[in-house]
Design a protein around this ligand. Structure first.
Ligand code: ZN
Length: 162
């Protein structure tokens, strides 16, 4: 399974559904608006193992968003950052950034596995270090994060992740 030349969104959806199935994602949905207020492109629910992607994105953005969300799924499947994905614990916004940045590293691995990189080039991080300040502010606001809570287990896993 390799994402090659894609001409239409329909074609892209078919191939993404196949990859989602291989990776044991329960459901991959495309919705017209998933979070208008915060302009979110994609979401992953770690409890239902569902990926939701905005319907209105261009092909490349859809592809990048899918792999970011798949990164969340693979992390959950491997027992990484359960509390973060269940959303029932408080983290510092800085910390959420670190996790999201690590998710992008997993996403990049998956991109290399499933995408023809001659055609689609490199995976672009959703949360780049250059935009860290912006996203820290975003997380703080979106998840209403105040406390500086760091789980030791999470920290250890973050430190060992390349
Ligand atoms: Zn994310």
């Amino acid at each position: 399974m390799l994402v090659g030349k894609i001409k239409t969104k329909k074609q892209l959806k078919v191939i993404l559904q196949k990859i989602a199935k291989i990776e044991n994602v329960k459901s991959l949905r495309f919705r017209s608006a998933i979070d208008k207020q915060y302009n979110i492109d994609g979401m992953y629910n770690g409890i239902t193992k569902t990926i939701t992607i905005s319907q209105s994105l261009p092909i490349r953005t859809t592809l990048l968003t899918f792999f970011h969300e798949l990164g969340h799924h693979v992390a959950v499947e491997n027992g990484l950052w359960h509390r973060y994905h269940r959303g029932d614990d408080k983290f510092s916004a800085e910390y959420a950034f670190l996790i999201e940045n690590s998710i992008d590293k997993i996403a990049r691995m998956l991109w290399r596995k499933y995408v023809d990189t001659e055609l689609h080039k490199r995976y672009v991080f959703t949360y780049t270090k250059a935009r860290k300040a912006y996203f820290v502010a975003f997380f703080r606001d979106y998840f209403n994060i105040e406390e500086d809570y760091i789980e030791k287990d999470v920290l250890n896993k973050l430190l060992t992740l390349k």
